[in-house]
Design a binder for this molecule. Structure first.
Ligand code: UDP
Ligand code: MG
Length: 182
């Protein structure tokens, strides 16, 4: 826990990954969130299409890699489901192939990406969302997305080392945000 806090604070400070500023009556936050493109996305050959959705939205990719999730990673990541009878099949599903982990940066991006992903059950997710367009399942639902700033910080430390997170100018910023939104 201490290690995660130190890691996150360092990223916030040195790489400007998360900051808050107030503008008149509005409040906007530059954040980083974690997305996992699950084995269901890898196996179905839709990685490119899903990644394109984030890019077209105007979200900056600041980290991306393929990896096989270890037992420890899955148990930590889905600790809130560990007591469920179906935990074993979720774990097997997450380890069925490598996943692609992404770190995505933008204003309020944690909430934005959850909205883009859609609700957990692909059959209930709204058309236009990733799960709504690509999934017919609760389990095989294509993407994971961090659900809060605390979770995002933990997940960033779980899946990425410091050197795997990049800071670089996003030349589309002037077309993506108004000055006072950044
Ligand atoms: N999951 C499942 N059955 C359930 C609930 C969850 O297979 O009844 C899987 C599903 O893949 C989901 C993941 O476990 O994406 C994590 O569940 P959570 O409730 O955190 O949903 P999410 O945040 O991914 O929408
Ligand atoms: Mg969740």
């Amino acid at each position: 826990m201490k290690k995660i806090k130190k890691f996150t604070l360092k990223l916030i400070k040195e790489k400007n990954l998360q900051f808050s500023e107030s503008f008149s009556n509005s409040f906007s936050t530059m954040e980083v969130t974690v997305v996992l493109l699950k084995p269901s996305a890898v196996q179905r050959g839709i990685l490119g299409e899903v990644i394109t959705r984030f890019e077209k939205k105007g979200i900056q990719i600041v980290g991306m890699k393929m990896l096989c999730l270890t037992d420890e990673m899955v148990s930590e990541h889905y600790a809130h489901l560990a007591h469920k009878p179906f935990f074993g099949r979720i774990k097997a599903s997450m380890q069925a192939s490598p996943v692609v982990a992404m770190a995505l940066k933008g204003v309020d991006v944690i909430n934005v990406v959850r909205q883009l992903a859609g609700v957990t059950n692909g059959r209930e997710a709204a058309p236009g969302t990733i799960r709504g367009d690509y999934s017919m399942s609760v389990q095989e639902n294509i993407v994971h997305a961090s659900d809060s700033p605390e979770t995002a910080a933990r997940e960033l430390a779980r899946f990425f080392s410091e050197s795997e997170i990049f800071t670089y100018p996003h030349f589309l910023h002037p077309c993506t945000y108004a000055n006072d939104e950044l």
